[in-house]
Design a protein around this ligand. Structure first.
Ligand code: FES
Length: 81
């Protein structure tokens, strides 16, 4: 099981953390990856300048609600196969 940690610190929250969490949960379910990935909310990851911080493994990505699909396809679904 891999955690996908989405920052819900105040800065990221304003940029759409919850939309991203909802989108990622939906995509994970649609793709049958519920047993592989779990989306978790986390506090400030210390990189508030970009879009919403999302930590996957040791990597920190910046994701927007509009780019959540792209992030999923590239970094989650892509690496699960
Ligand atoms: S609030 Fe998200 S990284 Fe700081």
């Amino acid at each position: 099981m891999t955690d996908i940690q989405v920052c819900i610190g105040s800065v990221c929250h304003l940029k759409g953390s919850y939309d991203i969490i909802n989108k990622l949960n939906k995509l994970i379910t649609e793709n049958g990856l519920n047993d592989k990935y779990k989306v978790k909310a986390t506090f400030c990851l210390g990189n508030c300048t970009g879009a919403v911080c999302v930590k996957l493994g040791e990597e920190i990505y910046t994701v927007l609600p509009e780019t959540a699909d792209e992030f999923f396809l590239k970094n989650v679904k892509g690496s699960a196969e």
